[in-house]
Design a protein around this ligand. Structure first.
Ligand code: PLP
Length: 486
């Protein structure tokens, strides 16, 4: 992480260059908070610099709130109290479920699409099927059999043989996550999460009394590091998004899945796998959108992670929200049959059942999955390309990798000013979620997640506002200037 630490420090003393680089690593989350740093002597030797340089750099980090510790006790990373703790809500307060007819408000905050054309007919078909159920009491605690059956079939087709008894239908993946956490974790447990991670998942873990342990993933999953963290922290649960991770859009390949499966068997760690984004594969759709040609056959998707680990240890969450529509509020858990039975009992104690009509509509939509998936991928790819082009034009200093899938760009800012930009943009009518929302303890102040869920013309207009918000910050801040203001 420090191989080129001197490069940013031309003209400034070595200890400052080193401290600046370490602060940046903490701010963007690559160096998680509470990481014990090497001793001053070890670091000096590794960097081939003087002990004075590392001692002064650590002192500067402590003075600026980026480290704590003392001689003898070691030095560990922290964040200044005010750093990046954005108060902005995950959801805009104005969300009404309807698009803003005036177009005056822009929403860069939610990575969720409008309904596909097949949705309304799916509801109409559901209405016509409803009379069959009306003589019954309407409660289906584990989910409507036809829907459990179709979800199971989808897993089997993806290379993970599954029976309907292994599926519990829930009100969205988020309810599924809460149910699972309620069953498999105890208060005080440490839970490994990718860093960055999906904010509502980190919040759910905290709600259940868990303590999140960050696993850096911006450069991909390091299974060896994960095993080390599990051993060091005693975590026996992890929450992962290997199928187009939110917010980076990364996809874990088969080889890593195999390695992870072996690691799970070895450590006994349980994994909650959130596959909410699985159908939004952009790997062939984006090049096709760029070339203006029809999307060719998709690259094969790796099999679901549960195909690689022991059945009792991998619990999978799925959702209809991104593939079809968030308004359905349909999600599910796929797990071993005994666990699903226990989750079903827990669910019965919570809200008894999900609505029937939505389950019927989702079962109908799943029949058209290949067509809808293809259309969705094309739509999302066109928007991804348009947003990235608009950013390149309006904010050329930002670095914006094209994701492998999902519905958002994870933008790297040249300065750690994400919360400032979010606040300024909101004052100009565009909602967005600053980077620290996706980090623990305020990390990712130099990142912004921008979903490409809106039509292209909205994305272009919102990007123009975003550029004004970025430039309205005045002169470029140095890291030092930001300490008290972020
Ligand atoms: C990774 C991830 N998991 C879960 C959810 C919530 O899904 P649902 O609408 O099914 O509750 C989202 C929604 O943004 C998400 O991105």
């Amino acid at each position: 992480m420090l191989t080129d630490w001197r490069s940013s420090g031309e003209g400034i003393p070595g200890y400052r260059a080193l401290a600046d680089r370490l602060r940046l690593l903490v701010l963007d989350g690559r160096l998680p908070v509470d990481t014990v740093l090497p001793s001053e002597r070890t670091l000096a030797e590794a960097l081939e610099t003087s002990r004075t340089t590392t001692t002064s750099a650590y002192r500067l980090l402590r003075e600026s709130g980026f480290a704590e510790g003392s001689q003898g006790a070691g030095t560990w990373t922290t964040l200044p109290r005010s750093e990046g703790r954005s108060e902005s809500p995950i959801w805009p307060e104005h969300l009404s479920g309807e698009p803003d007819p005036s177009g005056a408000r822009g929403d860069f905050s939610s990575a969720a699409l409008e309904a596909p054309p097949e949705l309304y007919p799916a509801y109409q078909a559901a209405i016509s099927e409803l009379p069959r159920f009306l003589p019954g009491n309407g409660y289906v605690t584990s989910g409507l059999p036809v829907l459990r059956d179709r979800i199971a079939q989808r897993y089997t087709e993806a290379g993970l043989p599954t029976t309907p008894e292994q599926i519990l239908v829930t009100n969205g993946a988020l309810q599924a996550l809460h149910l699972v956490l309620g069953l498999v974790m105890e208060r005080g447990d440490r839970v490994l999460v990718e860093h960055p991670t999906y904010p509502a998942a980190a919040q759910a873990i905290r709600t259940h009394g868990g303590r999140c342990v960050p696993l850096p993933v911006e450069a991909g999953w390091d299974i060896g590091r994960m095993a080390t963290l599990i051993r060091q922290t005693g975590a026996h649960l992890a929450y992962l998004m290997p199928d187009f991770h939110n917010p980076t859009g990364l996809l874990m390949d088969e080889a890593q899945r195999r390695e992870l499966g072996a690691m799970i068997a070895d450590t006994g760690c349980r994994i909650i796998v959130d596959e909410t984004m699985r159908e939004l594969d952009l790997r062939t759709a984006v090049p096709a959108a760029r070339a203006g040609v029809p999307t060719p056959e998709n690259l094969p998707m790796p099999r679901p992670l549960a195909a690689f680990g022991p059945a009792e240890h991998v619990i999978t969450l799925g959702s209809a929200s991104k593939t079809f529509w968030g308004g359905l509020r349909i999600g599910w858990v796929r797990a071993s049959q005994p666990l699903i039975r226990r989750l079903g009992l827990a669910r019965g104690n919570e809200d008894l059942s999900g609505p029937l009509l939505e389950q019927l509509a989702t079962a109908n939509l799943l029949e058209h999955l290949p067509t809808i998936r293809h259309q969705r991928q094309r739509l999302v790819a066109e928007r991804a390309v348009a947003l990235r082009d608009a950013l390149a034009m309006n904010l050329p200093g930002w670095s914006v990798p094209m994701p492998q899938g999902g519905i958002s760009l994870w933008c790297h800012l040249p300065e750690p000013r994400s919360s400032h930009v979010a606040a300024s943009a909101r004052a100009m009518g565009v909602w967005l979620t600053p980077g620290p929302r996706f980090g623990l303890d305020g990390a990712f102040e130099a990142r912004i997640r921008l979903p490409f869920a809106r039509p292209t013309h909205d994305l272009v207009a919102m990007t123009e506002v975003l550029a004004r918000a970025w430039h309205s910050q005045g002169r470029a801040h140095s890291l030092d200037d930001d300490l008290t203001t972020v």
